[in-house]
Design a protein around this ligand. Sequence first.
Ligand code: AVI
Length: 365
Amino acid sequence: MPAVPTPLNRSRSNNSHHNANDANDAHADAGGHPSLVTVSNGHAARDVPPQPEFIQQYHEDSSALREQVLAGLRQSEASISPKFFYDVLGSRLFEAITDLAEYYPTRTEASIFASAAPAIAARAGSGCVLIDLGAGNCEKAARLFDSLRPAQYVALDISVEFLRGTLSCLQQQNPDIPMLGLGADLCGSFDLPRSVRRSRRLFFYPGSSIGNFSPMDALALLQRLRGAAGRGDGVLIGVDLLKDEATLVAAYDDPLGVTAAFNRNVLRNVNRIVATDFDVDDWRHVASFDRQASRIQMHLQARRMVRVRWDGGERRFGEGERIHTEDSYKYRPGDFAMLLEAAGFDDPVYWTDPLGWFAVFHARA
Ligand code: AVI
């Protein structure tokens, strides 16, 4: 498996092909990717490391966010959207989850990418525009750079601020791949800016995050992707597969309590967003498998009677009452292939691990 690029473990590629003789050709290439800076006398002043471009499209509406949280808390079966897990601490806790022995999806998906990378590249074609919809630390996409040789890498996150450090570092290590950090909402419309090259787009959605949408919402997301895709484009998606209940529940209720901390931390984030007075000690983490719907469900359960207040309202919870925080749907391969086809994608194929626990799907637009 190629090493994951980090600032420390890979020597920075230098632009050795750029020298003073290149100065007359120095320009931003078609993707707006600066390669060399010249001074007015035509001589190269210095070999400036390439920088990614950043565009923030999504603008947070804090009163709408507040309303969304409060609407969930007021429902008879209270809920908090899983998007509120990912404050700074929540993102760190999620990274810790991915290191747990019980949490198999991350390492299983990585093993599939490692062994199937040549086959994926053969099918998706190298030189594509790789659009990473679940970029995070960009680690998964970076592992595919050697095989896919993307013509452009576009990392998407709700805020470009989350991408700046990682993408800048990745750009130094891969100076020949133009990079764009895009602050956009995956749940919004897919109006990609013009800086995203048109030809052969590969929409990459790793990590089984598609499982955090209901099948209806997953279909709607795939349909939006299909709408943004043209001839020759495709999708590459990581999907967690249905398996025995004990393995599934252990992955979401680890003995160290990391997933419990991740779940309960959402209350700290909600306190910050809507100034509620949740006490995390009042709540315990519950993970269960709903076989009927083929999903893991996470809840927070009140250990005692709880009264939660906010400016202008309150909610009382009886002992044992729950707040729903996440669904994680697990698919049969055939069912996910049908979802892709229902969204308008063709010819789905998938790669899996020897235990058949996880699948990486590719389908064509
Ligand atoms: C981000 N997502 C794919 C994770 C999952 O497995 O559903 C979130 C998670 N929740 C608890 N553990 C991990």
